[in-house]
Each structure stands twice: as structure tokens, then as C-alpha cells.
Ligand binder design. Structure first.
Ligand SMILES: *[C@@H]1O[C@H](CO)[C@@H](O)[C@H](O)[C@H]1NC(C)=O
Ligand SMILES: *[C@@H]1O[C@H](CO)[C@@H](O)[C@H](O)[C@H]1NC(C)=O
Ligand SMILES: *[C@@H]1O[C@H](CO)[C@@H](O)[C@H](O)[C@H]1NC(C)=O
Ligand SMILES: *[C@@H]1O[C@H](CO)[C@@H](O)[C@H](O)[C@H]1NC(C)=O
Ligand SMILES: CC(=O)N[C@H]1CO[C@H](CO)[C@@H](O)[C@@H]1O
Length: 307
């Protein structure tokens, strides 16, 4: 009797693959916020966005920014940010832009302008939670990286933002506990901008934006390491108004990526794919590390089909 013996060898190379935190899944990212996200204080108008793109490109990741505006001196400068916007205005902008552009990653920096007169903003956390839930609903499969609000040189404004940051930290814990695809980054952590990295007391200068990019990049690495990123949906509207250098190619590469992911999502399907392509040979499939399982560093899945 003929029998197929199937050996599945999973090589876990934690010191190599796990540490790299990279993915072949393209990022279609919406930078959502107000003037800091837009790039006020930045000599180029690039904000943190160009620096973050550079960090991701250096890690072999592909990022296309989407948004209804453009600012900055680089090609990929789409952004969803308006100077002076408070949380409710940012939420309203997202409600229009997110379903149209279908980002698979949304970087949210909101709440700065709610504190321009000091005081407190008791409903900041609740309203941000609503905004984030709308993002998840309007771009299914998307992931959010939420940031705390950076330092400000005016004491009463800063106290207000520190209070908002407590609400942000609390909402992040509860949304993560509920299984939402949310990562929190702390712009007041050791890598974040200091008061001396501000151009005008509120907006970072170029060095401050580099620090912001580093902090966001930590969030991107966490997204990848946890396997949160889903391939971007087909979104003709984004390809039609993309300022990225690879405009028009994103939709088709995303489609190819989708089918590869679907095939790889089931070991059974993968084996049948293997046997239909190369019946008796050894097939090596490189699997997206993050897709298979968050922190477990898969490098490759080797399928031996022995007659
Ligand atoms: C990026 O790709 C280069 C060339 O293949 C490789 O040497 C490098 O280790 C990769 N970096 C990451 C972070 O994956
Ligand atoms: C929160 O949402 C409510 C209801 O839309 C609104 O009236 C209030 O101004 C919002 N507050 C903030 C801080 O966004
Ligand atoms: C990969 O991401 C994880 C989680 O964010 C982080 O702890 C680790 O330092 C990252 N690895 C590298 C090489 O950056
Ligand atoms: C696409 O990119 C090219 C350069 O790579 C540029 O000339 C063209 O204007 C872009 N088109 C759109 C729609 O962004
Ligand atoms: C390439 C392109 O068409 N970009 C446009 C995208 O939409 C924004 C805002 O509507 C325009 O300013 C860009 O010129």
C-alpha cells in the first residue's frame, strides 16, 4: 500500500528571524491627527512620516501613506491631519477618510488641541475609544497605533495633556484586553521628544520628529511581532490618489499577497498547493513570520512529501 508520509519540520530560529520584526505585507498607513501629524515645526513639512518611512524601508517593509491631504517634500506625503483639530474633529475626518482609503494601519495622535487652554478633558478617553472603534469597523482588519501626547512647554497645557495621557493608557489596556488590534506608544517615554526638541513649545523641530518616528517605529515593530497586520483591502480610491512612488502597484501587490496568505493560512491547503505544484519534491515555503503566530519566530516551514 502506498502511503504519503508527511513530515512537517518547523524551524524556530529565534535569534535570527524573530528579532528582525519585518513583514512582506504592505502597510497602507493613515497618519491621523492635527498639526503635529501634518508637520508644523518641521522644516520640510514631513513631520515624523518621512523618518518613519525610512526606518521601515531599512527594515524591508513597504509603506504607502494614505489621506485626503498632502504635506511634505517627499513623494509619499499623503496625510489625514488638520492644524488645530480637536478629538471630535479628528474623529469626523476619520469617518470620511477611513472607509474611502481603507488603511490597514492607522497612526493616531489626538487630543493636543483639546488642552490649548489648560483645564481637563474628562471625555477624551471615551471619545477616542469611539473613534478607534469606528476605525476598526470602517476598515475591517485594520490595526491602530495610538500615541500618548508629547510634552509641551506651557505648564497648564501640559498638565491637561498628562491627564489625557492617563485616559489614553487606560483605554489602551481595556481595548487590548478586549482583543482589539491596538498598540500604544508613549511619546513621553525615554525615546520621545523633550521640551528642548520643540520648535515652538508645542510642535517638534526636525530632531523632535526623528524621535517621534523612532517611537512610532517601536509600535510598528510591536504590530509586526504580534502578528497584528492584515493585508490591505483592495481600495481603488487609494491607488487613484496615492502620492507614493509606487502608486498604482500597491493594489495588485496586495492582491497577490492576499492569495499567498490565504494559501498559507492552512497547513492542509499548503500541502495540497505543494503537491499540485511539485508532487514529489521538497518544497520550501517561506512564511511570513508574523502571520503564523505573534512572538514565535518562525523562519520556514519545510514540507517533505515522501512516496
Ligand atoms: C533586509 O534585507 C536585506 C537584504 O536581503 C537583509 O540583509 C537584511 O537583514 C534585511 N533586514 C531586515 C530587518 O529584515
Ligand atoms: C466627545 O463627544 C461628545 C459627543 O459627540 C462631544 O459633545 C464632546 O465635545 C466630545 N469631547 C471631546 C473631548 O472630544
Ligand atoms: C521586535 O519587536 C519586539 C516587540 O516590540 C521588541 O521587543 C524587539 O526589541 C524587536 N526586535 C528588534 C530587533 O528590534
Ligand atoms: C505616480 O508616480 C509617478 C512617479 O513615480 C508620478 O509621476 C505620478 O504623478 C504619480 N501619479 C499619481 C496618481 O500619484
Ligand atoms: C496624485 C494626486 O492626485 N494627489 C492628490 C490627492 O488628493 C489631494 C487632496 O484632494 C490632492 O491635493 C493631491 O494633489
Amino acid at each position: 500500500m502506498r502511503a504519503w508520509r508527511v513530515f512537517l519540520n518547523v524551524f524556530v530560529l529565534s535569534s535570527v528571524a524573530g528579532a528582525l520584526n519585518t513583514t512582506s505585507t504592505p502597510f497602507r498607513a493613515m497618519a491621523l491627527g492635527a498639526s503635529v501629524t501634518f508637520g508644523v515645526g518641521s522644516t520640510t513639512g514631513n513631520s515624523y512620516r518621512k523618518n518613519l518611512q525610512d526606518l521601515m524601508t531599512a527594515s524591508n517593509m513597504t509603506i504607502e501613506y494614505v489621506g485626503t491631504k498632502n504635506n511634505g517634500d517627499f513623494a509619499n506625503n499623503a496625510v489625514e491631519a488638520t492644524n488645530g483639530f480637536v478629538i471630535s474633529q479628528i474623529a469626523a475626518a476619520a469617518q470620511t477618510a477611513v472607509p474611502k482609503l481603507l488603511p490597514n494601519l492607522v497612526l493616531i495622535d489626538a487630543g493636543t488641541n483639546n488642552c490649548n487652554s489648560g483645564g481637563t478633558v474628562p471625555d477624551a478617553g471615551a471619545n477616542m475609544t469611539n473613534m478607534i472603534n469606528h476605525v476598526f469597523a470602517q476598515s475591517p482588519g485594520s490595526t491602530v497605533i495610538l500615541t500618548t501626547i508629547l510634552v509641551n512647554s506651557v505648564a497648564k497645557q501640559d498638565a491637561c495633556r498628562v491627564d489625557e495621557n492617563k485616559q489614553i493608557a487606560t483605554l489602551a489596556v481595556s481595548m487590548q484586553a478586549a482583543g482589539k488590534k491596538l498598540v500604544l506608544v508613549d511619546m513621553r517615554g525615554p525615546d520621545g521628544p523633550l521640551v528642548t526638541d520643540l520648535a515652538d513649545g508645542r510642535h517638534p523641530n526636525d530632531a523632535g520628529y526623528v524621535k517621534m518616528a523612532n517611537v512610532w517605529f517601536g509600535g510598528v515593530q510591536e504590530v509586526v511581532a504580534k502578528g497584528l497586520l492584515s493585508p490591505p483591502a483592495n481600495a481603488p480610491s487609494s491607488a487613484a490618489n496615492s502620492t507614493s512612488s509606487n502608486n498604482g502597484t500597491m493594489a495588485s501587490s496586495a492582491t497577490k499577497d492576499d492569495s499567498a496568505k490565504v494559501a498559507a493560512s492552512s497547513p492542509v491547503m499548503m500541502m495540497s498547493l505543494a503537491s499540485s505544484v511539485m508532487p514529489t519534491s521538497v518544497l520550501i515555503l517561506g512564511i511570513d513570520i508574523a502571520f503564523i503566530r505573534g512572538y514565535v519566530p518562525f523562519f520556514a516551514l519545510l514540507v517533505f512529501l515522501v512516496l
